[in-house]
Structures are given as C-alpha cells and as structure tokens.
Design a protein around this ligand. Structure first.
Ligand code: ADP
Length: 629
C-alpha cells in the first residue's frame, strides 16, 4: 500500500490500526509545529481549501456518476465552534477519503525533498512563515499549530465505501479504524490548544474566512453550540463577475487562495471573451516562482472550469510552456462537460483559448515594459529564463517576444537591463551590428581582452550571462536589420576603416614562431585589430565554439573537446615588441618559447579553460626567477 509501517495486523471493524509516520514526515511535522508559528490562522484557510477541493471533485463526479454516494446532497462546508469545550469542527460533503487516501495522501508528504528544502531555508536563516505552509504541500498539517490531537472522520463517494476514523497527535503515528458514518464527506475535529483559544471565537473565525476564503465556491456555514448556522462567505466565482465589480484586493486574495502563494501577484488579466471562442479568465503573474521544491514550475498552470465546475486542475494545454508561470482560472462553456482529458487537449477550442491567452499575457507584459520598468524587471528576474525560450517555440509571437527580451550590457548599470530597441537607439551611426559576449559573470566579462577595442571606442556590447541566452540569442539573426554577432568570433569586423596592413617581416617571423610553438593547440595565429591593453587573446575561428557554449558542452559531456581557437596577437603591445627583439637576437631562445606558451595559457586561463594551473604557475615561477636573477 505505502511504505508506512503497519504495526498491527489489519482488522475488520473496531480495533484501530496504527501506522508510524516515515522518519522524514516526523521531522517535517516537528519543524511545522516548532518553526511555522507565525500566522497560525492559516490552518483555517488550509482546511477550507482542502474541503473546497474535495467538494469540487464531488461536484464533477456527480455529473457523470449517478451511483455516487449521496448524489444530490448539498455541497457545503460547515464549521462548528464550541467555546466551552474549545472544540473546532469542520465538515464537508466532498469526495471523502478511502483508507488508501488516508495513508498515502493525508499521512505522507507529497514531495520527498520537502524536508530538505525547509531545513535549508532554516539554515540560510530565511524566516519560515506559517503562511507558506500550503506551498509545501502539507497544508493539512497546519492544524497541528493549533491542536495537539486531530480526528478525521471520512467516507468516500464510492457507493461501496466505509466510514473511517483517522487520529493523530502529529508526532509519531496515526491510527485508522472503521466507523459507522452514513454520509459522504469529511469531518475534522480537534481541541484547540490554550495558545489558540482565539479560534473558537466566531468573530475571529469570520474575519479569517473573509480574508482568505471569501470566494470559495461553496457556502461556508458557521454554527456554534447548536445555534443556527450562518453563512460566512459571499461566494463569488470572481472570474465570472464583471471586470469593474472586483477590486484588486479581492483578486489578489483569490490568487493567494488558489495558488497558496503568500505574496500578492505582480498583476493579472481579467478576460471575458465572446466570438469564435467564448471564455472568461482571471490569470495572474506571480511575483516569484512557487517554492515547492523538486516540482518543476510546469506542474502548475491554469485551472479549467466549465460553467464554474472545475474540470481540470493545472491544465497544461491552456498556455504554451514559456508562459506557464501564469496561474489562475479559465472558464468556458464551449467544451462538453463529460470530456476526457484527451478530447479537451486536442479540441480546436483549446487551441483558440491558448492563442487568445498568449496574446493577452504578452500585452500585459508589454504594458509593464512600457510603463512600469520596475515591475517588468521583477517579472524578468523571476521568470525571464522560462519566458525567453518562447523565442524558439512561439514563432507567431516572435517579434513581440524579442521586444520583451532584456540584457545586461557594457553600458548599463549593474543590475539594470536594456532592451534591443534601447540598444539600437544608442548605436553609433557607423555601427552596423549588435555585439554580444557570452560569459558567466558581468565582472569577469568586463575584463575580457576581447572587449578592449569596443570599450575604447564606446561601442556597447551585450553581456550574456544567462546560460539560456546561448540558445536564445543565436536564434535571433537580426533586430531592426542589424545582425547580432559574437565578439568572440575571429571575423568580427571591428572597424569600418580598417585597412589590411601587411605585417612587417619581423612581425611575420614572430607570428610564425607562435605557430611553431603552439602547433596543434591552435587553429591559427593572427595579428589582432581588437586588442588595446592585452597582448594576446583567443577568439573563435572556423572550428571553435563560444567560450560559454564550450563550458556548457563540457558540463553536459566531461570528455567534450571544444574545437581549436585562433590566437590573436596585439602587435603594438610592448611585450610583443620585446619578444620580436628577443627573436631577432636569438631566434632559437628556449625562454622565448616559454614566454609564448605562457601567453597562450594565460588566455586559456581567462576563458577558464586552462587544464593545468599548476604547470602554469610553475612556469611563471621559473620565468620570474630568471627575470629577478
Ligand atoms: P495538499 O492539499 O497540498 O495536497 P494537504 O496536506 O493539505 O496537502 O492534504 C493532503 C491530501 O489529503 C489532499 O491532497 C487530499 O487528497 C487529502 N485531503 C485533505 N483534506 C481532505 C478533505 N477534506 N476531503 C478529502 N480529501 C482531503
């Protein structure tokens, strides 16, 4: 069944069966109870949200399965408070749980990395806030912030299900026993700890519900000590409401309820589309990616409703991959209700909705980019990597995506980014191409010898530090008629007026010696037009790859041998002139050969491609010993 240890033999009927929590779960529970003490009130939201999920499932199943237990029973959530006994009870008429659910879902943490993740947050000193708990997929256990022992009584919607009671102190183990429960759904009850007594107050509970759960799509009824229950939420399927009738606050709370995020979203679009496809949608852009560890962001997406009935959670076909950071709800009457997922996925309506949503989200982003740079920068920091890959997949919207790309450059302040449009508006009149350099860190890149010419002549160069850029940028051949070129390439034309001066005999002799010393290590040796302060640099000729691309290939394949590079030599550099003189005096000097090798390895070192730093340092020591004799 699961890897939970069964302590006593299963029995029919009465004696409770005991299950040990897995070691990881125990530690997790300990952390929850002892670290997540801020915002204990979120336990209400988590329990209501689970009840609402269960009711959604029951509502959907009831549409197609008339053998379901209690089909037709009102779908609602009831909370009963008893101040005298300090008891809190929440009951739903949802789908209920089988024994397998109780053991495998309620008693087990969904993602196996959750514990490590929470521990690492703690170690980094990140404040862990009770508000975050839903993100970790253990929302139910928030209840142990306010109770020492919890009882769950449940009966699944299957016609042949049995009533079950689950009980736990949230520490070592839980028990399950069969009970007599005639009706479908789940009832969770517990005594509030002394520190949590406030949650037995009706006004307190109401305010929590209004804050977190107002738009739950089922009535939440509060009763106390036998009094008539009263509805605490206003039930609005917000996405169905006219645009002007909902406030940003309401929309934000809806977002938090839906996603378990604890922060407001960056923004949202609220759509009501009529025409060749009809749908309503409320789609949010989060401020940061979800913190759930070890689940890719792609697990999350928009929820698909048909006329307020949830038919598919995280429906991936509503958005292209690169926009799947967006979260929210899409509701359409255009799909048949009892559809199978396969039909939903391949339906033309789905493709149309996807197309409209894509264009609306791109417009929202464009709007931020135009009017609220700070917001757009936040978005780009959080989701830029994911967003960029749209270049390689969404050809219809390519131009718009290109407009939305942002880059670090040699002329931007650290931390601020520029668009290609801004770059071209700053281009010098004689500049014909857009230059870029790939690398790992802005700081080291700024010292790259290949930049010297560009820096000296005030030519702006894009600094591509995101590994994704290596895939993205080469697939943009040009922008506004300007080619994008890597300055790591040997054939980059650095100057319009460059005349190809024949190297002098002395220069040719030295270059020939470089070739002789370096031999097979390099593709060629050429006099450089781009170097200003440095003596030599490596550039990409016919055989090689960008330094960054090469590093990436090496990461993927240890044995990857990058192609050979071209060594460019700055013939004006004093050191090179000195070498020329040395050569004239003693063409066979072994020291001269050492110097050349050392220069070459220094260039490799800058690329972080030097295989043996130890040899390099030994040679340097020899050279310095010699020079200081
Ligand atoms: P999450 O909701 O993120 O999966 P929880 O710890 O809140 O994590 O709940 C674990 C699981 O227990 C749920 O996914 C669901 O299968 C089950 N569950 C919790 N509460 C209920 C409920 N009221 N009715 C039916 N199933 C429930």
């Amino acid at each position: 069944m699961t890897d939970t240890t069964v302590q006593s033999a299963p029995q029919q009927g009465f004696a409770p069966e005991t299950f040990e929590y897995k070691a990881e779960m125990k530690q997790l529970l300990h952390l929850i109870v002892h670290s997540l003490y801020t915002h204990p009130e979120v336990f209400v939201r988590e329990l209501i949200s689970n009840a609402s999920d269960a009711l959604n499932k029951a509502r959907f199943r009831g549409l197609t399965d008339n053998t379901m237990l209690d089909n037709g029973a009102p779908l609602e959530i009831r909370i009963t408070l008893d101040r005298d006994t300090k008891t809190f009870t929440i009951e739903d008429t949802g789908i209920g749980m089988t024994k397998e659910d109780l053991v495998g879902k309620l008693g087990t943490v969904a993602s196996s990395g959750t514990l490590d993740f929470i521990k690492s947050l703690k170690e980094q000193g990140t404040a862990i806030d009770g508000n975050m708990i839903g993100q970790f997929g253990v929302g139910f256990y928030a209840v142990f912030m306010v109770a020492d022992e919890v009882t769950v009584e449940t009966r699944h919607a299957n016609a042949d299900s049995v009533g079950l009671r689950w009980k736990s102190d949230g520490q070592g183990s839980f028990t399950i026993e069969e009970i007599d429960k005639p009706t479908r759904g789940t009832r969770i009850s517990f005594h509030l700890k002394d520190s949590a007594i406030e949650f037995s107050e009706e006004y307190r509970l109401k305010s929590i519900i209004q804050k977190y759960s107002n738009f739950v799509d089922f009535p939440i009824l509060i009763g106390k000590n036998g009094a008539e229950a009263e509805k605490a939420n206003t039930i609005r399927a917000l996405w169905q409401a006219p645009k002007d009738s909902i406030s940003a606050d309401e929309a934000n709370e809806f977002y938090k309820f839906l996603t378990h995020d604890f922060q407001d979203p960056l923004g949202y679009v609220h759509l009501s589309i009529e025409g060749s496809v009809n749908f309503k949608a409320l789609v949010f852009v989060p401020e940061t990616p979800p913190m759930r560890p070890f689940t890719t962001d792609n697990d999350k997406s928009l929820h698909l409703y048909t006329n307020k009935v949830l038919i598919e959670e995280n429906c991936k076909h509503l958005l292209p991959d690169y926009l799947r950071f967006a979260r929210g709800v899409v509701d359409t009457d255009d799909l048949p209700l009892n559809v199978s997922r396969e039909i939903t996925q391949s339906s033309p309506q789905m493709a149309k909705i996807n197309k409209v949503l894509t264009s609306k989200i791109l417009s929202l982003l464009q709007d931020w980019a135009n009017t609220d740079a700070e917001k757009y920068t936040k978005f780009y920091a959080a989701f830029g990597q994911q967003f960029k890959i749209g270049i390689n997949s969404d050809f219809a919207n390519r131009d718009q995506i290109v407009q939305l790309l942002r880059f670090d450059t040699t002329q931007t302040e650290k931390g601020s980014l520029t668009s290609l449009k801004d770059y071209t508006s700053r281009m010098k009149t004689e500049q014909k191409e857009i230059y870029f350099l790939t690398g790992e860190h802005r700081e080291t890149m700024l010292n790259n010898p290949n930049l010297e010419y560009f820096q000296k002549h005030g030519l702006e160069v894009l600094l591509l530090t995101d590994p994704v850029d290596i895939i993205v940028v080469p697939s943009i051949p040009e922008f506004e008629g300007k080619k994008l070129v890597s300055i790591d390439k040997a054939d980059v034309s650095v100057s319009e007026t460059e005349e190809t001066k024949e190297p002098s005999t002395l220069d040719s002799a030295l270059l020939a010696l470089f070739k002789d010393v370096l031999g097979e290590k390099i593709e060629d040796v050429l006099p450089s037009k781009r170097l200003v302060d440095s003596a030599v640099t490596l550039v990409v000729g016919k055989e090689g790859l960008d330094a960054q691309m090469e590093r990436m290939m090496k990461m993927l394949d240890k044995d990857f041998k990058g192609g050979r590079k071209v060594l460019e030599v700055n013939m004006e550099h004093p050191l090179i002139k000195n070498l020329s003189r040395l050569q004239l005096a003693d063409a066979g000097s072994p020291l001269l050969r050492q110097y050349i090798l050392h220069l070459y390895e220094g260039a490799l070192l800058i690329e972080t491609n030097l295989a043996s730093p130890a040899l390099f340092v030994r040679r340097m020591t020899e050279i310095m010993t010699d020079a200081t004799k």
